[in-house]
Design a protein around this ligand. Structure first.
Ligand code: WT7
Length: 577
């Protein structure tokens, strides 16, 4: 093997890991043994919001730093009280169990308060990435029929743009209340968060929920069609809690920094629920990526466990080894990565610069928590995603659902159920059922498992794009592109990129009368950013005379990709042109 196995002598770690013996833990595991982790409110009833806040104390829970350098610290008591107040506010607005409350916010503590308060009230929390544009908002707030949106004055402008000055918003017809976290007074049709929530009682009796009752939802992309609303239930908290303890090894005296936004599942399961349920203080930084700033945060807050993503790690590598050497990063204990393939060089760079390797973890929006991981107690094979979490049976299967032997490439599949598995796809039973093949949950990833039981990622089985770790559906980008006045047709692929994993590349045909110019490219990019999302625009645009299509008129992205990579095009028997 080109990359040596990283054995981890005890001196790598400042503390003994919570999971000490992987093999015996895996062999003897039963979820039943962890029932006692939960504060059962009634027979069989729990509440994930309550689980994350019930350890009230003066201990610090959140250390927040804004993009402008403002700072705020709040205790577990405060998170509990503020989420209770938010739950009371929802009750006051008449929000019922199961109603959708969406958060369209930058990374501020009100995300934690309102997310947990929504769960406590038994409503369903939805989260939105703050880079989402008009169509993305419409497809999520509209489709989920959310009745409440919590946002700020700046982001609200985008909602106003979708709704125009209609009394009832055509594209978000169920929307009744917009709550602004930064408005001191009610402003027109929007309510001031401080006024509404501030006057509420800090006491609230959490709604007792079944383990399959819905708690939160996130829209994510597939190959075809609109984004899917992945719905998670309260019972998942046991797995988010246990994996934060056994994979991330979070301990009560750690300082933990998860760099993911709450608009993605990592920012929920490991930015809110997992760490708080384990009583672990977390850093919440609202600024953009900046190598110098990131090292300063680790130094200033004495971050000990750090969960980030491959693109960020590669950007830090590019920024050079002198920068980390200028900072005191000795607080770091464990480093983790998720979201896209972590190249072996990045794992080894961690070892060189921080004296700690990055531990890769694998999971999906749909799985709700980490299912395959590198654990502190196990050696790392750089480039591998690691081994299944205790209680999780993973396999490589063929297209018929038959298990394949070791070292053979196939479809990565997991045997359901597990506590944090998705419970449905919102208003789309067919898509939900499409995940299952015989006794397996299929992931859409291609992978193999080696003789030692380590899993290796190979690629996606479908056209889903991973750019800077963010999941983008080609169909969404194509739909946004063809709304542009100059574009007749569009086909979108992920093009391999050293830094970002993949970049979005669009092949387009132009309508008569339009000429390809750099200004047009720029205009198209701006258009997609505004309508779809800041991160989902094509970095490369190629104008072609025609796009490869099947006889039924479907654009063959596979052919575009093969052409781009200079590969054999493969079976084109259905190709029309
Ligand atoms: C897809 C899921 C839930 C975490 C954030 C991503 C890819 C995820 C890895 C990894 C290679 C990975 C897969 C997966 N992915 N982790 N360690 N190595 N690929 O959640 O946005 O739902 O994306 O991300 O393709 O299916 P997501």
């Amino acid at each position: 093997m080109k990359h040596a196995i990283i054995e981890k002598p005890a001196e790598f770690f400042k503390k003994e890991p919570a999971l000490k013996h992987y093999d015996s833990a895996y062999a003897n595991f039963s979820w039943e043994d962890y029932r006692k982790e939960i504060d059962w409110l009634e027979e069989g009833k729990l509440n994930a919001g309550h689980e994350a806040t019930r350890h009230c104390s003066d201990k610090t829970a959140i250390m927040w730093e804004g993009a402008d350098g403002r700072k705020k610290t709040c205790s577990f008591n405060k998170v509990n009280a503020e989420s209770n107040k938010f739950a009371n506010a929802l009750r006051g607005l008449g929000v019922q169990k199961g109603e959708r409350v969406f958060l369209f916010l930058p990374r501020v503590p009100q995300v934690h308060y309102s997310f947990l308060g929504t769960l406590k009230a038994g409503a369903i929390a939805g989260t939105l990435f703050s880079a989402f544009g008009l169509d993305a908002l419409k497809d999520r707030i509209g489709h989920s029929e959310a009745s409440v949106v919590v946002t700020d004055t700046n982001l609200k402008k985008r909602i106003d743009e979708v709704c125009g000055n209609m009394q009832v918003c055509k594209d978000m017809p169920a929307l009744k209340h917009v709550i602004l976290v930064d408005a001191e007074d009610d402003a027109g049709d929007a309510l001031s968060y401080n006024k509404l929530v501030g006057k509420q009682s800090p006491e609230f009796k959490p709604e007792p929920m079944g383990k399959d009752d819905y708690a939160f939802m996130l829209y994510t992309s597939g190959t075809t069609g609109k984004p899917k609303g992945i719905v998670h239930a309260h019972g998942g908290i046991i797995q988010q809690k246990l994996s934060a303890r056994w994979v991330l090894d979070l301990k009560q005296d750690d300082v933990y920094w998860c760099t993911a936004d709450h608009g993605w599942v990592t920012g929920i399961s490991y930015g809110i629920l997992g760490p708080l349920a384990n009583r672990v203080p977390l850093v919440l930084y609202d600024g953009r990526f900046d190598a110098e700033k990131w090292y300063s945060i680790i130094q200033e807050y004495k971050v000990s466990v750090w969960y980030t993503a491959p693109t960020a790690i590669r950007m830090l590598m590019k920024a050079g080894d002198e920068l980390p050497a200028k900072h005191d990063l000795s607080s770091l204990r464990l480093l983790y990565s998720v979201g896209e393939p972590l190249n072996p060089e990045a794992v080894e760079w961690g070892l060189k610069v921080f004296n700690k390797p990055f531990h890769d973890t694998w999971w999906q929006t749909e799985t709700g928590s980490i299912l395959i991981a590198n654990y502190p107690c196990l050696p790392i094979k750089p480039g591998s995603m690691g081994k299944p979490f205790p209680g999780i049976k993973a396999a490589i299967i063929d297209d018929e659902g038959r298990e394949l032997p070791a070292n053979q490439e196939g479809n990565l599949a997991i045997k359901p159920p597990w506590p944090s598995i998705l419970r449905t796809v919102w208003a789309n039973k067919e898509k939900y059922e499409g995940y299952f093949l015989k006794e397996w949950f299929t992931t859409g990833d291609r992978a193999l498992c080696d003789d030692d039981g380590y899993y290796w990622f190979i690629g996606r089985a479908d056209d889903v794009i991973k750019t800077s770790g963010e999941r983008v559906g080609p169909f969404e980008v194509e739909s946004a592109l063809v709304e542009h006045e100059a574009i007749a047709e569009a086909g979108v692929i992920g093009k391999p990129d050293m830094m970002r994993g993949e970049i979005i590349k669009a092949f387009i045909t132009l309508k008569d009368g339009y000429k390809h110019t750099p200004e047009l490219d720029e205009d198209i990019q701006k258009f997609v950013k505004k309508n779809l999302a800041g991160h989902a625009y094509p970095r490369e645009i190629e104008v072609v005379d025609s796009l490869p299509k099947t006889s039924s008129g479907k654009i063959m992205r596979r052919v575009l990709k093969a052409k781009e990579l200079g590969l054999a095009i493969g079976d084109t028997s259905t190709l029309e042109n």
